[in-house]
Design a protein around this ligand. Structure first.
Ligand code: FAD
Length: 467
């Protein structure tokens, strides 16, 4: 006999565990199934460990770069084993805290791999036991994993994915990062700060494909100054694990010339693929895209009635806050709401130094869709706060439509991820430039740059010329 729940959620990453918390707030009998660790990729092998390693290595880099400190810099060392110990401690604390929250909220958690045995029934193999559970509402939140590349098969030792890169026992002497997306650039930054010779190879013409071009180019120049080598339009065609490292061969598309590189380790960070094939075995009618992402409608329901899907497994921007937001919406819809998911105000951030945060349309996207855009930019070299932080290379860029409503914003600065929410709210609530520029901003802060950029869009900035 199968145990019956009002809702079953498969996968306990941010999509799944937040969905479970929402279901418990709605007083529904909820089962959360997780084959690995609560917190999913985000907490264990994604957002949290990367940000912690970025923080710990930034402290080291800042001490090394500080012009006002005296004393032999070569005597200040970073204890990598301790760094790893700290990372593991933070991850563990968060995972345990989330498990505690789920349990206190009455969510039943089963550890094991879920498989469909019918459209409303799943089996879970845990230890020697196979149990079955039933529900007329099931939420798929099984996430994604690093994509396999035809020319690069990760072995977990020499050719690694982000998962291994976060837990390396020793700092490699050299590292080639394949892919200049957020994950590749954050890991490149971490290891560069630790002294690794880092080379990033990207097949596309620019880093952070799909991002605001001007800001991405600026970030590229800054990263290069920090010692990260970045080469774009580099197509890798062959890889070989050799004594002491990895050999890569390919073609530079810009020049049409061949290239060869060697490094102690190669990190495959060029895309992610959905964890959907296991689910599809027991649910053969489930509609998926060519790349295996589960297809959903605007209410996040799949083509199988009562089966919803959220987070990385449905594709789009692979972000933890997208997953959790979708998780809440899917559960509410499963219990009778009829809300559509909107992505116009979905922010993202890359936690390099400086950070790059973005929301809404890029200037390129706005122009491509024929929109008449007004652009306001404020460079941080004119910001008092940026000067005090010794980080003046960034800028704020705000885009507004013809009616002055804000449609996009892009920020390169320290803590850009903490500044972007003001503009996320502006887009979410359909606010205009005037709404942002007329709000009082604390002085001295980087967020004054948001106000100035909004003013500049109307040629009325105070701290830069309006010509
Ligand atoms: P996941 O977090 O992947 O969780 C899915 C869970 O489902 C997993 O725990 C898996 O074990 C489980 N599962 C899969 N199949 C089954 C099954 N059949 N039965 C039971 N359980 C199953 N995003 C951000 O927003 N900010 C960041 O700073 C950020 N940094 C990142 C850094 C790295 C290195 C990586 C890899 C990702 C990063 N991301 C970041 C992306 C973020 O981690 C994902 O978008 C997010 O985790 C997706 O959440 P999810 O719930 O959809 O899936």
């Amino acid at each position: 006999m199968a145990d019956r729940y009002e809702v079953i959620i498969i996968g306990a990453g941010p999509g799944g565990y937040v969905a479970a918390l929402r279901a418990s707030q709605l007083k529904k009998k909820t089962l959360l199934i997780e084959e690995d660790k609560v917190g999913g990729t985000c907490m264990n092998w994604g957002c949290i460990p990367t940000k912690h390693l970025l923080h710990l290595t930034q402290v080291f880099a800042e001490v090394g770069n500080a012009r006002h400190l005296e004393g032999p810099r070569d005597r200040i060392l970073c204890d990598w084993a301790k760094v790893q110990e700290e990372r593991a401690k933070v991850v563990d604390k968060l995972v345990k805290g989330t498990e505690f929250l789920l349990q206190k909220n009455g969510v039943a958690i089963i550890k094991g791999r879920a498989e469909f045995v019918g459209p409303d029934k799943v089996s879970v193999a845990a230890s020697q036991d196979v149990r079955e559970f039933e529900s007329s509402r099931i939420v798929l939140a099984t996430g994604s994993r690093s994509a396999d590349l035809p020319f690069l098969k990760p072995d977990g030792i020499r050719i690694i994915t982000s998962r291994e890169a976060l837990e390396l026992a020793a700092v490699p002497k050299s590292l080639i990062v394949i892919g200049a997306g957020a994950i590749g650039l954050e890991l490149a930054t971490i290891y560069r700060r630790m002294g690794t010779d880092v080379l990033v190879l990207e097949i596309l013409p620019a880093i952070l494909p799909g991002s605001d071009r001007e800001i991405a180019q600026r970030l590229e120049r800054i990263l290069i100054k920090q010692g990260v080598k970045i080469l774009t339009q580099m197509r890798i065609e062959e890889s070989r694990v050799e004594e002491g490292g990895v050999f890569l061969k390919g073609t530079c598309l810009k020049e049409g010339t061949p290239f060869e590189y060697r490094a102690e380790k190669v990190l495959a960070a060029a895309g992610r693929e959905p964890n959907s094939e296991g689910l599809r075995r027991g649910l053969p009618g489930l509609a998926v895209t060519r790349r295996g992402f589960v297809e959903v409608n605007s209410k996040l329901e799949t083509n199988i009635p009562g089966v919803y899907a959220v987070g990385d497994v449905i594709g789009g921007k692979l972000l933890a806050h997208k997953a959790s937001h979708e998780g809440i919406l899917a559960v509410e819809n499963a219990f009778g709401a009829a809300q559509d998911m909107h992505y116009e105000a979905l922010p993202m951030a890359v936690f390099t130094d400086p950070e790059f945060a973005s929301v809404g349309l890029t200037e390129e996207e706005a122009k491509e869709s024929g929109l008449e855009v007004r652009v306001g930019k404020f460079p941080f070299h004119a910001s008092g706060r940026a000067m005090t932080l010794e980080s003046t290379e960034g800028l704020v860029k705000v885009l507004a439509g013809k009616d002055d409503r804000i449609i996009g914003a892009h920020i390169l600065s320290p803590h850009a991820s903490e500044i972007i929410p003001e503009l996320t709210l502006a887009i979410h609530r359909g606010l205009a430039l005037q709404d942002v520029s007329s709000a009082i901003h604390i002085h001295p802060t980087l967020s004054e740059g948001v106000m100035e950029a909004a003013l500049k869009a109307k040629n009325s900035a105070f701290h830069i010329l309006n010509v």
